[in-house]
Design a protein around this ligand. Structure first.
Ligand SMILES: [Zn+2]
Length: 369
């Protein structure tokens, strides 16, 4: 994720709350809708969770990571919970550990059901199931093609295991959420709107009556969401999904809503933000085209795409930056704007296509590892 709010001009976004809730406390942002701030042990140091009054119980939207700190903060939250009703349902917006990491714990300890999109549920379960597997030769070849050095390649399996450990074992059964479905939560109806690009089937929730929109990681006010390509599907084009999703949300959700995002703070100005996010993706592609006047490996494109340096010594940042750079490269490659060839060491080099319309080479021919 990268910071990208335009500097030097008044922001079209408005932030109605002077500060997020304190650690271990809930802040009511709409009737029966509470904001929870959960710490994360990353550079992005928090996630927002939402508790929705739901008849005889509470629905929780997202959970935080499965790490000791999260359980500590949950104990503080329960000590300040608005009433004695139990948590009866957990909705996970998507598959990432900071969102769904503790869902299995809630299922086991509070007896609640997990509601989630099918693709994101299956992906999270796969992440956990693969945790004990030996280091993957396919992933190693994939990141070597992107230009990673031996030190980063050697560190990758440890990073993968650490990430998987941030999921509590997921429930073996869940309730599927689908695009367009209406959920009754308390007295209100919330519509499921599935976004794409950041995860395969990211659930957002829109309540027309309360004019609230739980956007998850699909719309964030001050940073852009990671749009990544992974070793399991190296030719993926998630940036096309991301663009489609921005356009879909603009049509599906009115501008007047208060947006409840998973990171940063609640805001008004949804449509302006969707436009900023589209412009930001356009600018990243334009910057990449300029960089690719000269041949470049995936890792050589970072300076054109990200404001901050991406050190090889930070494996998780390196993995996210690589995935995001590759998504932009794949977008250009699919549209015939750039070429890619593998050198004798199996490293992919990209450059602008010399003639428009010329057929691009395959970026990832079947590899022998
Ligand atoms: Zn996410």
């Amino acid at each position: 994720m990268s910071a990208n709010e335009p500097a030097g001009q008044p922001s079209p976004l408005r932030y109605p709350f002077p500060a997020p809730p304190a650690r271990g406390r809930l802040l009511e942002v709409g009737p029966g809708v509470f904001w929870i701030r959960m710490p994360l042990p990353y550079a992005l140091d928090h996630i927002n969770l939402w508790a929705l009054a739901d008849g005889p119980g509470w629905t929780l939207v997202d959970t935080g990571l499965h790490v000791p700190l999260t359980l500590e903060v949950w104990a503080e939250l329960f000590a300040h919970w608005p009433d004695a009703r139990p948590i009866t349902r957990v909705i996970a917006t998507h598959m990432h550990a900071d969102h769904v990491g503790l869902a299995g714990w809630f299922a086991e300890h509070h007896g609640c059901r997990l509601w989630m999109s099918r693709l994101d549920y299956l992906n999270s379960r796969l992440t956990v199931a693969e945790a004990g597997d030996p280091p993957s030769a396919v992933a190693r070849a994939f990141y070597r093609r992107c230009g990673w050095g031996d030190e980063a390649l050697d560190a990758y399996p440890r990073g993968r295991s650490r990430y998987a450990s941030q999921f509590y074992r997921l429930p073996e059964s869940y309730r599927r959420l689908q695009d367009g479905e209406e959920l009754a939560i308390g007295a209100q109806r919330w519509r499921v709107i599935v976004g794409t690009g950041h995860s395969p089937e990211h659930v957002c929730l829109y309540c027309a009556e309360l004019a609230l929109f739980i956007s998850g990681d699909q719309v964030l006010p001050r940073i852009t969401s990671n749009v990544s390509t992974y070793a399991s599907e190296p030719e993926a084009d998630p940036l096309a999904d991301w663009y489609a999703s921005l356009a879909k949300l603009r049509l599906a959700v009115p501008d007047e809503v208060l947006v409840l995002p998973s990171h940063n703070v609640c805001f008004y100005g949804l449509h302006a933000r969707l436009e900023q996010l589209r412009d930001s993706a356009d600018e990243a592609l334009a910057s990449l085209r300029r960089r690719l006047r000269q041949p470049a490996r995936v890792i050589d494109t970072f300076a054109a795409l990200f404001a901050r340096p991406i050190p090889e010594s930070d494996p998780s940042l390196l993995r996210m930056a690589t995935g995001e750079a590759l998504s932009h490269l794949n977008w250009l490659l699919r549209r015939g704007e750039i070429h890619c060839h593998l050198d004798e060491h199996g490293i992919a080099w990209y450059r602008l296509a010399p003639e428009a319309g010329e057929r691009p080479a395959a970026a990832f021919p079947d590899v022998t590892v």
